[in-house]
Ligand binder design. Sequence first.
Ligand code: EMZ
Length: 387
Amino acid sequence: MKKSEFPDPFEKARETTGLGEMDDQNDPVTMLLRHKDVRKTAHNWKTFQSGAAPGRIVIPSEVHIRDTRQIPFEVDPPMHKEYRNLVEPWFKRPLQTEYQEKLTIQINGLIDTVLDKDNLDAIGEFALVLQSRALTLLLNIPYEEAQTWISWGTHVFRSEDTALDGDKASILYDYIDAEIDKAIEYPGDDLYSVLLNSEVDGKKLTKEEVKGVMILTFAGGRDTVINAITNTLAYFAEHPKSLDRLREEPEIIGKATEEFIRYFSPLTQMGRVVTEDAQVCEYAAKADTRVSLCWASANRDTKVFENANEVVLDRKINPHVGFGFSHHNCLGATHARQIMKILILALTKKVGTIEIIDARENIEELGDFKRKVGFDMLKIKILAIKN
Ligand code: EMZ
């Protein structure tokens, strides 16, 4: 199998029952695997709620390692809309030319420093650095701060050998608490200060609410963005003609970005807590149990996607759910899309070919399924284009 191939472990279950089962810290999850069921359930927030105990809709559940509710992600309508309206304009800033210019400078600069380097660590020396630096733009804080986040490693809640690492999470919480206190004392034009000065329902956001938005901003777009970047590099390494094609047809980079998100599905699934006995296709969902919306499976549903297991760079109709669906669709998607588009464009301009030297896959264990979501290690060489 190619290193850049991401097999679909859900196919059989999706086509037969449409369901999967997995255990998770004694709070089992029934996974919804079909595109249609995933979308329908995502809409139905009354029966399938996000606003359960903080951490419970995340899989693996984070109830034992945090009490802070992530906002707006763990809030249901109507309150969800209030928060979302408040933060949405800020998270749309990546659409501004100036933002994109800064991101382009960051990404071009990073590529220049790694070109022709032997044994480049695609995660630690590239994707993590890119994600962290780009986050300084999203937060509107000094570039130098990225160094601190790079030192935290790929995932802020997980470490190499523990799925949930409370100690590691505390580093993030303490850091955010301290940054909030600083912003109270010295307000600026960064996200902390903007949130601290915002109102919802005529009331100033509390420190805890600000913390809830900030944790989501740090954690939600961390391993997901890192995987999207790393997987894209692996893909181009094994499909040099695709890189050539995008060089010749940069106008399809937007479509290619959507297709990579569909194919890689950096976030496998997201849970919901059932509020009342309900039915999803044939499945009887009992109150106070969990279901998950399995984006990764929905994104390979052949009822919706032709040649679902292939990367079709200019896929015409692509209703993927890689950024979720309905009112909870990914808040960071605008930023993530810009990272991907600018990265791909920069690669077409600067890179001839990419070689994979060594790789170790990152496999999620999900009950009956094993899903490749990215790499634990990817060593590459990015060769400069020869003019
Ligand atoms: C949560 C989640 C959000 C969770 C959209 O996803 O991302 C996960 O990586 C975090 O662990 O806390 O932020």
